[in-house]
Design a protein. Structure first.
Length: 177
């Protein structure tokens, strides 16, 4: 059935609750042992949904929010836009977020979201896409490496509830892959 086909489309305000479920579920599935468990346990889907609505309303045209949908249900979310380097903007794009329902990891939803983000970055004239990934998130690092991304040597301190969870930056030319 066509309804069961994976499609990528722009995110709408009606998607925010489901996207928050996916994001919180993604953190809880990916970060045990990396991020303090009390922090993961305290994550609130309703608060995250409200943040998603606020971000979506303020995104403007430069920030692109996409969802992967299958069978009428959102199964993933990705967001990209101009690269942030502190308060300065660069000529690169940045993948701000890519999350898939933990039960759907390995089904192609993440690859499809990433491919559509890269396609849109190319159409927008970006030549390179950067992203930040937690240094100890081995699964995500493998995913991005398979997609042609690699560490570019930049690292950033990141702290959650007083615990250091450093990030590494990955980069890929838009034309690659």
């Amino acid at each position: 059935m066509d309804d069961d086909r994976l499609t990528i489309r722009p995110m709408t305000p009606a998607d925010c609750d489901r996207v928050a479920e996916i994001r919180v579920g993604g953190w809880r599935a990916a970060y045990p042992g990396i991020v303090p468990q009390p922090y993961l346990d305290a994550m609130d889907v309703a608060e995250d949904a409200e943040r998603r609505r606020t971000h979506l309303a303020a995104a403007g045209g430069a920030v692109v929010n996409l969802v992967a949908e299958e069978g009428g249900r959102v199964v993933g979310w990705g967001c990209h836009g101009p690269c942030r380097d502190g308060d300065a903007r660069t000529e690169d794009a940045e993948l701000y977020a890519l999350y898939v329902d933990p039960a759907r990891i390995g089904t192609g939803a993440g690859r499809a979201l990433l491919a559509e983000s890269m396609r849109r970055c190319a159409l927008a004239g970006y030549r390179r896409v950067l992203l930040w990934v937690l240094r100890d998130n081995a699964r995500a690092r493998r995913f991005y490496a398979r997609a042609g991304f690699g560490p570019d040597g930049a690292e950033e301190p990141f702290e959650v509830d007083g615990v250091a969870v450093p990030e590494v930056r990955y980069a890929r030319d838009v034309a690659a892959g």
